[in-house]
Design a protein around this ligand. Structure first.
Ligand code: ZN
Ligand code: ZN
Length: 96
């Protein structure tokens, strides 16, 4: 029973780690929700589902910028892969 207090500390550490993981998952989900509302294709309105991920100090973090939408060369609007061709969006292509 001499190590009982150490087991308690171990259990406390595990509990804290689990809590931190749960927190970050919720935070990530919340960030994604804001991201979806903020970044949409201006042609079809499809929300971005991917954020650009970067690493700082060995820890990955999300840059608040879409990874699946690109800016049109002409109007600079965010466009999904489906509605951009060679850097020009469908809307601008129709005006060419
Ligand atoms: Zn689109
Ligand atoms: Zn355009």
């Amino acid at each position: 029973m001499s190590n009982n207090w150490k087991n308690r500390v171990d259990a406390e550490h595990t509990r804290r780690e689990e809590e931190a993981e749960r927190m970050s998952a919720t935070e990530k989900e919340r960030a994604m929700e804001i991201h979806r509302q903020r970044f949409k294709c201006h042609v079809c309105g499809k929300s971005s589902e991917k954020m650009i991920e970067a690493t700082a100090g060995g820890k990955p973090y999300l840059i608040g910028y879409p990874d699946d939408l690109v800016k049109c060369d002409k109007c600079r609007e965010l466009t999904c892969e489906e509605h951009i061709y060679k850097g020009i969006c469908k809307t601008c292509a129709e005006k060419l």
